[in-house]
Design a protein around this ligand. Structure first.
Ligand SMILES: [Zn+2]
Length: 426
């Protein structure tokens, strides 16, 4: 049986991963927990998401006659733990039996549903039609929007992920919920030092920040992400902190870029995320607050932005000039693409035009008017000679990214890339 859950959290506290950890504790006697729980990040650009837009699924092989107890335990735990007071919290839970999974067509259909939940905008009707069609066991709280993520997370278990990473989450003891987190900062930097790049996004060295511990009042103490389970466990053992309650290792689509789709500028919609090729049309400008904007030209134009929290990526973007061939990745809101990653494919061999020196008297000549060449103000000599100087570039072709402190959960850190042109931000 696969149990998928979503939308139990709010900005006030709960977190669906914690519900999963508690649930596993409660049902492990009722069957065999199979594999790792799946932590699936859905479309990060959607408006009504809570924080990270995470959905969870786990697989259990029920002991004889235990199916109903498992379903009842999970449903009542969700009822008890979800933050139902919060207006935007609409939990949902789905139970897929092994019989369900074998219904012809289901696998295919829920896999497509998963990709849409990660890349597109789905409605409760979309999930309800599948629940009805396949008679799926489920529980809905309030409007049940969480059923969308619940089914998507089930699909990740049934169909697998094209790329995956891991996260070990350490939860706080119940008594410490809501209190300031006690984590020895130096030990977190040491853990990163010892285990990077097997782990990543533990700290942000450039911005001198701990990234692995949230600031919100949720039950998570910290989470170590990476590709290497041993490195993750080593990092966990190095970190000194307040006492840890439950810990759980998840398989995840975090750090995979699964949310991005290739698109042309004519095929771009708000609340989705894209990879777009084009050339820089104008000189990037910085507005108050430190946000940087420029226009990307393809067969049409789109505005691109790097907001202040993207920190160092803005320094790269400010070095772009018209004619640079680039590829940008990011989510679109109000018609503007917010850059998560920037590939400088080819720097423009752009040249700066300057007025020539007068061949007769050696003074700098002035423009004689548009399209009329140059004239020397001193001696009246005319000239058509244009002098072009190469512009000195302070960036190289390559792939750049936001720093760890600004990264979305689902965005792939460049340290995971084998592309030799990548400049990982650490
Ligand atoms: Zn002259």
């Amino acid at each position: 049986m696969i149990i998928g859950m979503d939308d139990t959290d709010s900005n006030e506290g709960m977190c669906t991963t914690y519900l999963t950890a508690v649930l596993i504790n409660e049902i492990k006697e009722l069957g065999n927990i199979k594999g790792m729980p799946h932590l699936i990040r859905l479309n990060p650009n959607i408006k009504y998401k809570t924080r990270g837009n995470a959905a969870l699924a786990l697989e259990i092989e029920p002991g004889p006659g235990n199916d109903k107890s498992i379903i009842d335990t999970a449903t009542s735990l969700m009822n008890e733990m979800a933050d139902l007071e919060c207006e935007n919290t609409n939990p949902g839970i789905i139970f897929l039996s092994s019989n369900d999974i074998n219904i012809p067509g289901l696998k295919n259909e829920i896999e497509q549903f998963m990709y849409r939940a990660i890349r597109d905008v789905l409605t409760i009707n979309d999930v309800d039609s599948l629940i009805k069609k396949y008679h799926l066991t489920h529980s809905r709280f309030k409007n049940g929007r969480g059923l969308i993520g619940a089914l998507a997370a089930c699909a990740a278990v049934v169909c697998g992920l094209p790329d995956h990473t891991y996260e070990l989450i350490a939860y706080r003891l119940l008594d410490n919920f809501g209190l300031p987190r006690v984590i020895d900062r130096g030990s977190v930097f040491r853990a990163d030092e010892k285990t990077y790049p097997g782990t990543w996004d533990t700290v942000d060295r450039t911005n001198n920040t701990v990234v692995c511990a949230p600031h919100s009042p949720d039950p998570i103490l910290f989470g170590i992400r990476g590709d290497d389970i041993n490195a993750i466990k080593q990092a966990f053992s190095i970190i000194n902190s307040e006492p840890v309650g439950l810990t759980l290792l998840y398989i995840s689509n975090q750090g995979t870029d699964l949310h991005l789709v290739d698109a042309s500028v004519h095929d771009i919609y708000d609340e989705r995320s894209y990879k777009v090729n084009g050339t820089v049309l104008d000189i990037p400008k910085t507005i108050s607050g430190g946000h940087v904007f420029f226009t990307l030209n393809q067969t049409g134009c789109i505005e691109c932005a790097a907001f202040e929290p993207t920190k160092g990526l803005r320094h790269i973007i400010r070095e772009l000039i018209p004619g640079d061939v680039i590829r940008v990745c990011g989510g679109v809101n109000n018609g503007t693409l917010n850059i998560e990653k920037l590939e400088v494919v080819k720097l423009a061999t752009h040249q700066k035009t300057i007025n020539p020196i007068c061949p007769s008297c050696g003074k700098r000549m002035k423009s004689a008017g548009k399209g009329q060449g140059f004239r020397c103000k001193d001696c009246g000599t005319n000239s058509d000679t244009v002098i072009k100087l190469p512009v000195k570039r302070n960036i190289k072709a390559g792939i750049y990214e936001v720093p760890p402190c600004a990264r979305r959960h689902i965005s792939k850190p460049l340290v995971r890339s084998s592309d030799p042109r990548a400049f990982p931000s650490r």
